[in-house]
Write a protein that binds this ligand. Structure first.
Ligand SMILES: Nc1ncnc2c1ncn2[C@@H]1O[C@H](COP(=O)(O)OP(=O)(O)OP(=O)(O)O)[C@@H](O)[C@H]1O
Ligand SMILES: [Mg+2]
Length: 241
């Protein structure tokens, strides 16, 4: 459903993504790992149009979505993103935060959005926070609300960029559990994370990136138990220490 072909991304003269080729099927749960600065966030940002690509193509359901003239808002309705820093609006309540985009984009009426928002908040046991402001919630709660906000748009793909790296261990677990529970929804998910245990339990495929290229990809058994490249072996050793 999502094809990346010969993707290159430069920031001025810095070639950050060198030649990325990737083919993702509907319902896959992909985890991207790799050292800091190798281009993981940049790749996710290219996929939902937050970064213009320098060359190559991104094809989504047969359509090239990486052209300059592509309506990026349309892409982001289908390909949602969850960030490390939650990015909830501080001056809006939890309910206002989660109904904002679907109502603005006319995906549903305000009443429908409130109904759906309540259902989703109830599922994550945060219904009582409906009228609270983001700063009144813990980091883990805010991140779970941010995931709900993305789900409100009924996306087909969700990109997660280190969703738990700003959280302490207990809150991390709550967020990771919520992400695992989304597996039932048959969403396609692409997650950048340093949580290797989570990657092992969650991923249908793991991609190892380094210095702007995909060095190795495979099942969790292939990547964690039988890594081929010396660099991946060293990377795994470093994150396990
Ligand atoms: N907007 C930007 N302008 C200029 N350079 C950028 C920009 N965004 C990213 N870069 C550069 O691109 C490279 C890759 O950054 P990126 O954030 O994609 O790495 P990453 O793999 O996500 O790293 P981390 O694990 O630390 O989050 C870095 O050298 C970074 O400085
Ligand atoms: Mg990053």
């Amino acid at each position: 459903m999502l094809e990346v072909k010969n993707l290159k991304k430069k920031f001025s003269n810095n070639l950050v993504l060198k030649d990325i080729n990737l083919s993702i099927q509907e319902g896959e749960r992909i985890v991207i790992i790799g050292p800091s600065g190798c281009g993981k966030s940049t790749l996710l940002r290219c996929l939902n149009g937050l970064n213009e690509i320098t060359s190559g193509e991104i094809i989504y359901k047969g359509k090239n979505i990486s052209k300059k003239e592509t309506n990026k808002e349309e892409i982001r309705k289908k390909i949602g993103m969850v960030f490390q820093q939650f990015n909830l609006f501080p001056h809006l309540t939890i309910m206002e935060n989660i109904i904002l985009a679907p109502v603005k984009h006319k995906l549903m009426t305000k009443d429908e959005a409130i109904k759906k928002g309540k259902e989703l908040l109830e599922k994550i046991n945060l219904l009582e926070k409906i009228n609270s402001y983001p700063k009144e919630l813990s980091g883990g709660e805010q991140q779970r609300v941010a995931i709900i906000r993305t789900l409100m748009m009924n996306p087909e793909v969700i990109l997660f960029d280190e969703p738990t790296s700003a959280l302490d261990p207990k809150m991390k677990q709550e967020v990771l559990e919520l992400m695992k529970s989304l597996s039932d929804l048959n969403l396609t998910m692409i997650v950048v994370t340093h949580e290797m245990n989570f990657a092992y339990e969650f991923a249908t495929r793991i991609i190892y990136m380094e210095d702007g290229i995909i060095v190795e990809e495979g099942t969790k058994e292939e990547i964690f138990n039988k890594p081929k490249s010396k660099n991946l072996k060293e990377f795994l050793k470093s994150v396990r220490e």
